[in-house]
Write a protein of this length. Structure first.
Length: 304
């Protein structure tokens, strides 16, 4: 049974987040929804006090560099975090709180590609930006082990990055954590199961809208767009989280089944009645439990 905090959060999401992303009768442009989400993020989440931020210019975007304010221990690894937002939005303050928590618990510095957003910059702009940022990180800190992590659309880009790293023969990360990843833009899953979902965050319409804005008519069967169709043999250990209320639940379940069948290393955690990206909601007891699993996984993946 889920916590009372989760029940309240699901209710709030149903009345606040869900209508803002869906088109509905108002037909609000994605650019306007982006502004509203950014304003809400800044209004409800201040910047973490124990985090410093710098940046590095790349070809078409910046890579943000987060460091632990007042930390006495050198970083044990680099956290390469790809933020979610449906390929179209970003919530920097909310993500910074989650990233800061992981950084402090695991003694990490973080590197965040501030990739270009759709629909102004459709596929493959974002994955190209993420790949360039990862290459830059390996050049800047060749001595640091790397942990890749991403949520939602950032989970898509993180999984696609693993395939790019393998294809190009780049330095492999030690592990990867995916939170509610959107892995199947080709929509190969069970349609009836998707339609039966009681997702408090997304509607099927909103997922189609974001998918269309990102793909802009391009082939969804490209593994850089839909990493679920790719070959994960030879990729690092993966831990994936999803809630059972999610429209995207099938993506995570299928990835776990696929990699297990291929003999790879993957751990799936599927929390009952949890919404999309639930580990980011720090008020949830379930999020606290998921975060502890993330900390342990990261620490066990790093050299002693």
């Amino acid at each position: 049974m889920s916590s009372w905090q989760a029940n309240i959060l699901n209710l709030i999401l149903s009345y606040v987040a869900k209508p803002s992303i869906s088109r509905g009768k108002s037909k609000v442009p994605i650019s306007e929804v982006r502004k509203r989400m950014l304003n809400l993020d800044q209004r409800w989440k201040s910047w973490p006090k124990d985090l410093t931020s710098d940046g590095l210019e790349l070809s078409n975007c910046r890579m943000l560099i987060y460091k632990r304010k007042g930390a006495t221990n050198p970083p044990k690894a680099a956290l390469f975090y790809v933020r979610g937002g449906g390929f179209c939005f970003k919530t920097p303050n909310s993500h910074a709180h989650f990233i800061t928590d992981v950084m402090h618990k695991c003694d990490l510095d973080a590197f965040i590609p501030d990739y270009r957003l759709a629909p102004e910059h459709p596929f493959p702009a974002s994955i190209d930006d993420v790949l360039e940022a990862y290459k830059k990180l390996t050049q800047l800190h060749p001595e640091l082990p790397i942990i890749v992590m991403g949520d939602s659309a950032g989970g898509n880009l993180s999984a696609s990055l693993l395939l790019d790293i393998k294809r190009l023969g780049l330095t492999q990360p030690k592990a990867c954590v995916l939170i509610s990843p959107a892995l199947d833009l080709a929509l190969l899953g069970d349609a009836e199961e998707t339609l039966a979902s009681e997702d408090p965050f997304f509607t099927v319409e909103s997922l189609f809208r974001l998918r269309s804005a990102y793909l802009d008519g391009q082939n969804p069967m490209n593994e850089r767009a839909s990493p679920i169709v790719g070959d994960f043999n030879g990729t690092p250990p993966i831990m994936v989280f999803a809630g059972t209320k999610e429209l995207l639940l099938q993506d995570s379940v299928r990835l776990v089944n696929k990699i297990e069948h291929e003999g790879g290393q993957i751990i799936g955690h599927f929390y009952p009645d949890m919404p999309h990206v639930f580990p980011l909601f720090e008020v949830l007891p379930e999020a606290a439990r998921a975060r502890k699993q993330i900390y342990r996984f990261i620490k066990e993946s790093l050299p002693v």
